[in-house]
Design a protein around this ligand. Structure first.
Ligand code: FES
Ligand SMILES: [Fe+2]
Length: 388
């Protein structure tokens, strides 16, 4: 081990999660790059938690599927010819070939392995295997692809690789109602576009940046533009056990947003909203835009994450202001935050830094970092268990 790494491992972590939030020191910097801690996150957090697979409308047709990759695992979520939506491992039961490579598609109802043509229904059951009638004691039913748990919350489907994990309803009480309250046309949403960006930063660096308003008026020009569209006094960050929200009314004085003139008849006073479901599922909307955005950070390794921006809308035609907002998110605000995340990731390796302070005030005001502390506590307890 290099001297820099051993220096970083010196900080004691005993009792870290029992600190008073208002006086707490931040998670030591090694939690953002240490390989052993990253593997513990994989085993104790990601392989046991719920991950968004897609909106229900993405599985409307028979054969329609989405593939989700996570830590070397690949999961297919699809609608079968029987009409059911199921999740199963993306692997042929003959010699282990991966079945589907595309992120989304439609097999028409049957998926054929490209190696020896074993064919499966889109619920994972084996339909046919060439020459199997000539094979002694070949039981097709024994070669169904293992299923993965799948549940729905707020119009979106989630998978979980842990058969014993608590259900979505147990983990996130009230979140389904909150999604329906903020997005009344949730059932009619359709995917408009999805963009993936690989960011050289630990997944938590990205998450931390997305759950505090402290940097809003204090960082780059796009953040200041966004702050102008929000009634900042009404901005509230609320923590629940395993999920959190922040919400602010739009600033109704605003005359334009994302470079587009606003008209009160076309752009009613919509809110700024963000909901996070442990560990890495985020849904949001921006003021004056009618889309629902998904913001999912998928760890690739300890210091690299796939950032997936999804955009959904219930309207046939996407309004001009919403299109401008999506462009602004992809090309301006997103890159401004990504540049901060990359810079933080570099700084975390410095021999001159290990722990800072959470800027948490007694009122848990709009600029307080209490959600970051809450999130880190869930990470810490996810890695080490809650009994420290
Ligand atoms: S590996 Fe799939 S049919 Fe042989
Ligand atoms: Fe930001």
């Amino acid at each position: 081990m290099s001297s820099i790494e051993s220096l970083k491992l010196r900080t004691s972590i005993d009792g870290w999660d029992r600190q008073d939030p208002e006086q707490a020191f931040t998670l030591p910097s090694r939690y953002f790059f240490d390989e052993a801690l990253f593997k513990a996150e994989r085993d104790n957090i990601f392989l046991r938690s719920w991950h968004v697979a897609g909106h229900l409308s993405e599985f409307a047709e028979i054969g329609q599927y989405v593939v989700c990759d996570l830590f070397g695992q690949s999961i297919v979520i699809a609608r079968s010819r029987a009409g059911t939506i199921r999740a199963f491992h993306n692997v042929c039961q003959h010699r282990g070939n991966r079945l589907l490579e595309e992120r989304r598609g439609n097999t028409g109802g049957i998926v054929r392995c490209a190696y020896h043509s074993w064919c499966y229904e889109m619920d994972g059951t084996l339909r046919s295997a060439p020459r199997c009638e000539r094979i002694k004691n070949f039981d097709k039913e024994a070669f169904a692809i293992p299923q993965v748990r799948l549940e729905e919350l707020g119009g979106f489907l989630y998978f979980n690789l842990d058969p014993n994990a608590p259900s979505l309803a147990e983990l996130f009480p009230g979140a389904d109602e909150e999604m329906h309250r903020v997005f009344p046309s949730l059932a009619n949403m359709r995917l408009i576009e999805e963009a993936d960006v690989i960011v050289p930063a630990n997944w938590k660096v990205i998450m931390d940046n997305s759950i505090e308003g402290y940097h809003f008026k204090l960082s780059g020009p796009c953040h200041i533009d966004l702050a102008k569209l929000i009634d900042f006094k009404g901005y509230r960050l609320t923590k629940r056990d395993n999920w959190w929200t922040y919400i602010a009314p739009a600033n109704l004085e605003a005359g334009e947003a994302y470079g587009v003139k606003l008209r009160s008849d076309l752009n009613p006073g919509e809110c700024f909203f963000n909901i996070g479901l442990w560990p890495n599922n985020t849904f949001y909307t921006f003021p004056f835009s009618e889309f629902l955005g998904t913001f999912i950070m998928i760890p690739l390794d300890a210091e690299r994450s796939l950032l997936r921006f999804g955009y959904y809308s219930a309207n046939e035609q996407t309004a001009e202001v919403s299109k401008a907002c999506m462009r602004w998110m992809n090309e301006e605000l997103g890159p401004e935050d990504i540049a901060l995340n990359i810079s933080v990731q570099k700084g975390l390796h410095s021999m001159g830094y290990d722990q800072g302070r959470y800027m948490i005030d007694a009122e848990r005001s709009n600029e307080s970092e209490h959600l970051v502390h809450h999130f880190h506590r869930l990470v810490f307890q996810g890695i080490h268990g809650a009994q420290r």
